[in-house]
Design a protein around this ligand. Structure first.
Ligand code: GDP
Length: 297
């Protein structure tokens, strides 16, 4: 399970303080040293950890004591609130354009789970929001991507727009938007190409699609298992393209959690969804508060 190590360590540390009737500055200091180590070990970005610890310390030392909570519980509450804030605070929902269709560009590196997530998101929009999305196969470089999306479309019984791999992605996007208007699709999900690394060709092409499709949402799909790399990828995509949200995939794996805990702080972009498995229904809206509570037990 994701975050197992982090959860175990944090819970162990916090349990020591939970029952305390009095919490001294020294207690808080010691506890924060352990929390700091646990976060670093979970691969959370160094600077993010530093700021986080400073915020909790400041609040914990000066905290008013609520009558219903022991001082120990109070410190835990502060850690919980700050963890929630770190991951974005409020749940951040997918965009809805004032005028249909809402255009969503799916971007990310190859293997991150972009195509799978496109199918999952289409399913989510239909099931939870009663929408009628059109998926667009614009990843013309990875040979299996178009077929993969078409297979997902069949499985879900939902439309997929494709023009093969001999037409430029920009042209595909243009035709797809026209088709969506004709067919009254209220969402258009464009599955774009990925590369193994962030490179100028990739960004140039994504820029062109962005220019044409004027997306309401650019969702970056990143693999949570890659830890700090996921955060670096998010930073590059955000600087170059301006992303509006992140989907963290493979949170069902035994990721240490660093990406989930750093990506919002580093890019100032919310995590909107979490991929929890390979199946089409294994996509969940990301709830920072629930995730924090899961980590802290
Ligand atoms: P793309 O190259 O970014 O389009 O990546 P794919 O959508 O082809 O996904 C790459 C691999 O990751 C596939 O084997 C997917 O089944 C798998 N995958 C995607 N999302 C998840 C997830 O949330 N959990 C797990 N366990 N596997 C996932």
């Amino acid at each position: 399970m994701a975050f197992e190590g982090l959860a175990e360590r944090l819970q162990g540390t916090l349990n020591k303080i939970r029952g305390k009737g009095k919490v001294s500055e020294q207690d808080v200091k010691e506890m924060m040293r352990e929390v700091r180590l646990a976060l670093l070990e979970a691969d959370v970005n160094f600077k993010v950890v530093k700021d986080f610890i400073a915020r909790v310390k400041e609040r914990a030392v000066g905290a008013d004591v609520f009558e219903s909570l022991t001082p120990g519980q109070q410190v835990i509450k502060i850690v919980n609130e700050e963890l929630t804030a770190l991951m974005g605070g409020e749940q951040s929902k997918i965009a809805v354009a004032p005028k249909s269709p809402t255009v969503v560009m799916m971007v990310g590196l190859q293997g991150a789970g972009k195509t799978t997530t496109t199918g999952k998101l289409a399913n989510h929009l239909r099931k939870k929001h009663n929408r009628n999305p059109l998926m667009v196969a614009a990843d013309i470089y990875r040979p299996a991507a178009i077929k993969q999306l078409e297979t997902l479309g069949k499985q879900l019984n939902m439309p997929v727009f494709s023009m093969g791999d001999q037409v430029s992605p920009v042209e595909i996007a243009r035709e797809a938007l026209a088709k969506a208007k004709e067919e009254h699709n209220d969402y258009v999900l464009i599955d774009t190409a990925g590369r193994l690394h962030v490179d100028e060709d990739l960004m140039g092409e994504l820029d062109e699609i962005k220019e044409l499709a004027k997306p309401d949402e650019i969702l970056l799909v990143v693999d949570a298992m890659t830890g700090q790399d996921a955060v670096n990828v998010a930073e590059s995509f955000n600087e170059r393209l301006g992303i509006t949200g992140v989907v963290l995939t493979k949170l069902d794996g035994d990721t240490r959690g660093g990406a989930a805990l750093s990506v919002k702080a580093v890019t100032d972009t919310p995590i909107k969804f979490a991929g929890m498995g390979e199946k089409v229904d294994q996509l969940e809206p990301f709830h920072p508060d629930r995730m924090a509570s899961r980590i802290l037990g």
